[in-house]
Ligand binder design. Structure first.
Ligand code: ADP
Length: 194
């Protein structure tokens, strides 16, 4: 049975880092919509040209574009053994579309992790990252906009998935290794019970 994992949490919670570690440890691809969009922008594809100004401003890309992007990505056969999803869904409409897709193809999430971290810590982490990575959306303005969007649009999904089961809350204001150890404990439990 495949291992389908979702990471929820604000910018700076460490979703990308933890998703990479889950991907390496469990041999499933890390599907990160932000990375996919940045790659499209860098390659100058039609999608990239459409979304560039939206992404750089820290706004959300329209649901229909994101839903078709993820539909194509999850149709690829490298996800047969599962995947770790990071950055999607980000709105209730996206979550409902994903449910519909999952129903069609007979999938569910084995675990949904909610990585929790205070906004001040998230903000400081993003400012530090801005100096290292130079992402176009790591300006103070865009960081604020992204965190605002997170609280307004994405945070309600924690309740959405809590009511559907399999939600595991993780305190992410700790070291990378401590967070990963807790994630692993939950995933190893799933691995024996699924
Ligand atoms: P972060 O979580 O730090 O904001 P991401 O790399 O996950 O960074 O996403 C970067 C940007 O890509 C977002 O600010 C948004 O513009 C766009 N994006 C990524 N995923 C989605 C999504 N599911 N829905 C709408 N926009 C998205």
């Amino acid at each position: 049975m495949p291992l389908n994992v979702l990471l929820l949490g604000p910018q700076g919670a460490g979703k990308g880092t933890q998703a990479d570690r889950i991907s390496a440890e469990y041999g499933i691809p890390h599907v990160a919509t932000g990375e996919m969009l940045r790659a499209a922008i860098a390659a100058g594809t039609e999608l990239g040209r459409t979304v560039e100004s939206i992404v750089n401003a820290g706004e959300l890309v329209p649901d229909d574009l994101m839903i078709s992007l993820i539909r194509d990505r999850l149709a690829r056969d490298d996800t047969d053994a599962g995947f770790v999803l990071d950055g999607f869904p980000r709105t209730t409409a996206q979550a409902e579309a994903l449910d519909a897709m999952f129903n069609e193809i007979g999938r569910t999430f084995n675990v949904v992790f909610s990585l929790q971290i205070p906004d001040e810590v998230a903000f400081e982490r993003l400012r530090r990252r801005a100096k290292v990575e130079g992402r176009a959306d790591d300006t103070d303005d865009a960081i604020h906009r992204r965190l605002d969007n997170y609280h307004r649009e994405t945070e309600p999904l924690i309740e959405y998935y809590r009511t559907r089961g399999n939600l595991v809350t993780i305190h992410a204001d700790r070291s990378e290794n401590e967070v990963f150890t807790e994630i692993q404990r939950a995933l190893d439990h799933v691995a024996v019970t699924r």
